[in-house]
Design a protein around this ligand. Structure first.
Ligand code: 5GP
Length: 221
């Protein structure tokens, strides 16, 4: 599990897209949001775009593993999305804001957390203005929020400064590679392969091994 946060304009989405293209095991958790789709965004692959009423119902049904009001809208990760990716054996990446990240880090203390930072505030502002996707009000909110987020970057296990995109992508990928080589994760993969092998070879053991696809942290609550 990779919990990833970075201010709007930090280049987080680009780093993620490039890394996922190189590494099919990484899979982005698709969030629910009350924000309107931007041109080109697809329902179900960029976000599940929902109304305020639907979002309220999901909160009432405790359907979210985390949610937060971000900028001028609400965003949340559904428990169903985590379970879906979990069952597919993916390394799940959460692109979420700092409030949501704190909630997931509390639930999954073993999750890898990475903060993507711009090299400086001027670059961030220039990138956001250049993108031209936000109204003046939304842009100011995003810039204000960026200050607050950068001030809390110390909560994350790693910080990747996105000055040169190629370097930032390489750093991000090397952090993921190192994380996968942690002894406990390697042993877990070995055990998983061993139990898969046993299941394949032994027709008598047609029951799936109870924990054979469980990554380190299981979806809780
Ligand atoms: P955007 O509107 O630019 O797509 O996203 C705005 C912010 O919402 C980004 O910082 C993004 O990380 C955050 N965000 C996206 N999905 C979620 C989510 O499911 N939960 C939380 N807490 N934040 C999210």
């Amino acid at each position: 599990m990779v919990v990833m946060t970075g201010p709007s304009g930090s280049g987080k989405s680009t780093i993620l897209k490039r890394s996922m293209a190189d590494d099919p095991r990484l899979s982005l958790s698709v969030s629910h949001t009350t924000r309107a789709p931007r041109p080109g965004e697809q329902h179900g692959s960029d976000y599940h775009f929902v109304s305020d009423d639907t979002f309220d119902e999901m909160i009432a049904e405790r359907a979210f593993a985390e949610w937060a009001a971000v900028h001028l809208n609400r965003y949340g990760t559904s428990k169903a999305e985590i379970e879906r990716l979990w069952e597919a054996g993916k390394d799940i990446v959460f692109d979420i804001d700092i409030e949501g990240a704190k909630q997931l880090m509390a639930t999954f203390p073993d999750a890898l957390s990475i903060f993507i930072a711009p090299p400086n505030f001027q670059t961030l502002e220039a990138r956001l203005r250049g993108r031209g996707t936000e109204s003046a009000e939304a842009l100011d909110t995003r810039l204000d929020n960026a200050r607050g987020e950068i001030a809390q970057a110390n909560l994350y296990r790693y910080i990747v400064v996105n000055d040169e995109l190629d370097d930032a992508v390489a750093t991000f990928q090397s952090i993921i590679a190192a994380e996968r080589r942690q002894t406990k994760r390697v042993l877990q993969d070995t055990l998983r392969a061993f139990s898969d092998h046993q299941t394949d070879d032994d027709p008598a053991s047609s029951e799936p091994a109870s924990d054979s696809h469980a990554p380190t942290e299981g979806p809780e609550s």
